[in-house]
Design a binder for this molecule. Structure first.
Ligand SMILES: C[S@@+](CC[C@H](N)C(=O)[O-])C[C@H]1O[C@@H](n2cnc3c(N)ncnc32)[C@H](O)[C@@H]1O
Length: 391
């Protein structure tokens, strides 16, 4: 597979990793040969989540500086310290024993750092993780905690059924949900599907399915000039069902979703006519989702207006929307820095602060959305510069 992508100028993987990708490619090819061209969401689901082979399921995924990409929680513990202060404030307002549920915990570092810094730790820390391989990794990392904390952690492979009061947190999970792709041709929507041609994965245009068609019509209603000819992008058709299912058992409390994305009018603006799909391979971003399936992360930016609409449909209120930068500044990230005098540690933290908050880094592209159920307080992290009106 990799030879046809030489033009990307990315390093060749070692032979044993290339073998995993070849196996996954064979599986995808056989699926297409059996079913015909598949939707991009089906392709993304196979590439990321096929048991034993997909990027998040093959045991190879590496977060952090040694891996393919770094999330806010992998940079160090400043994001977690700020989030812990916000959670302490929220738990205080809930005023009863609370549950924290983290969705998609990756390497488990956010759970470790939150349990380290929370003043008022939750009675239960639920981790909803679909990848058994990552769950093993999280369990390895979190077993170090003393029994009184580690005994509170429970892993789930599907949303809980028992009602609870508390907070649900998901950092960089929505961007990893499979999306469909489309392009506008002479005023009509065409779905961009995945085919197998001349020994390789290839795009093909088909009539869109009814759900995709309806989702795009809904999007166009919000755009003053509609979508121009040739405009291609993504939409997460399953988002409403996903959000309803993962939040269904929250009786009272907050849902905090942090991710990279835009309000709808910015997401589908003319300047983004190629869409927002982004792939990561050894800290290099590229835009070729057919390159080395199983060895590259594939994600798309989040349409936060779609998340707000899905929240409405799931019986959640939309309480706050700020850039990551404002969320962290309002939660005292600069105080964390000021408290440190030792020069090497201070410079390490200052670099983390820059990465997390500067507009050209993660500060503006990443946002935090607060949703509520029977709970209408976003919290002081959302008090400054709330951007709800942009959704
Ligand atoms: C980009 S990683 C982010 C990991 C971590 N939250 C972080 O910030 O470093 C996405 C995570 O979401 C998990 N995931 C993807 N889809 C999921 C779903 N439907 N339910 C629960 N977890 C999911 C993946 O297995 C992975 O742990």
């Amino acid at each position: 597979m990799s030879r046809q992508f030489r033009s990307l100028d990315l390093p060749e993987p070692p032979a044993e990793l290339a073998k995993v990708s070849d196996q996954l490619c064979r599986k995808i090819r056989e699926t297409i040969q059996a079913e015909g061209p598949i939707s991009f969401s089906r392709y993304m689901d196979l590439a990321l989540y096929e048991p034993g082979l997909g990027y998040y399921r093959n045991g190879l995924v590496r977060f952090g500086v040694e891996g393919d990409f770094v999330t806010a929680v992998e940079l160090g513990d400043l994001f977690a310290r700020c989030l812990a202060r916000h959670l302490d404030e929220t738990a205080g307002r809930l005023d009863e024993p609370w549950t924290l549920m983290e969705i998609g915990a990756g390497s488990g570092v956010l759970a470790r750092d939150l349990l380290t810094h929370l003043q008022n730790p939750p009675a239960r820390y639920l981790i909803l993780e679909t990848s058994g391989e990552l769950r093993d990794r999280q369990q390895q990392l979190l077993k170090e905690f003393p029994d009184d904390l580690s005994g509170r952690i429970e892993w789930l492979d599907c949303p809980p059924t028992e009602p609870f009061v508390g907070v649900i947190v998901a950092n960089e999970v929505i961007d990893a949900l499979p999306v469909d792709r489309f392009v506008i041709r002479q005023g009509r929507t065409r779905e961009l599907c995945v085919d197998w041609r001349n020994g390789a994965l290839a795009w093909t245009e088909t009539e869109p399915g009814p759900r995709l068609d309806a989702a795009i019509k809904r999007i166009e209603q919000d755009l003053p000039d509609g979508l121009a000819d040739g405009f291609a992008s993504e939409v997460c058709v399953d988002l409403p069902e996903w959000l309803a299912s993962v939040t269904g058992s929250l009786d009272r409390g907050q849902v905090l979703l942090a991710d990279y994305g835009y309000p709808r009018r910015e997401y589908y603006m003319p300047g983004r006519a190629g869409g927002t799909l982004v792939c990561q391979y050894r800290h290099r971003a590229h835009f070729e989702p057919f390159f080395l399936p199983g060895l590259c992360d594939i994600s798309s930016f989040v349409d936060f207006t779609a998340v707000a609409e899905a929240a409405d449909g799931a019986g959640l209120s939309v309480e706050g929307f700020v850039s990551q930068s404002w969320f962290l500044l309002s939660s005292g990230i600069l105080r964390d820095l000021e408290e440190v005098d030792e020069p090497v540690e201070r410079s390490r933290l200052a670099s983390q602060v820059r990465h997390l908050t500067l507009p050209g880094e993660m500060g503006e592209k990443f946002k935090v959305l607060a949703l509520g159920r029977e709970f209408d307080q976003a919290g002081s992290a959302f008090a400054e510069s709330d951007q709800l009106h942009r959704l």
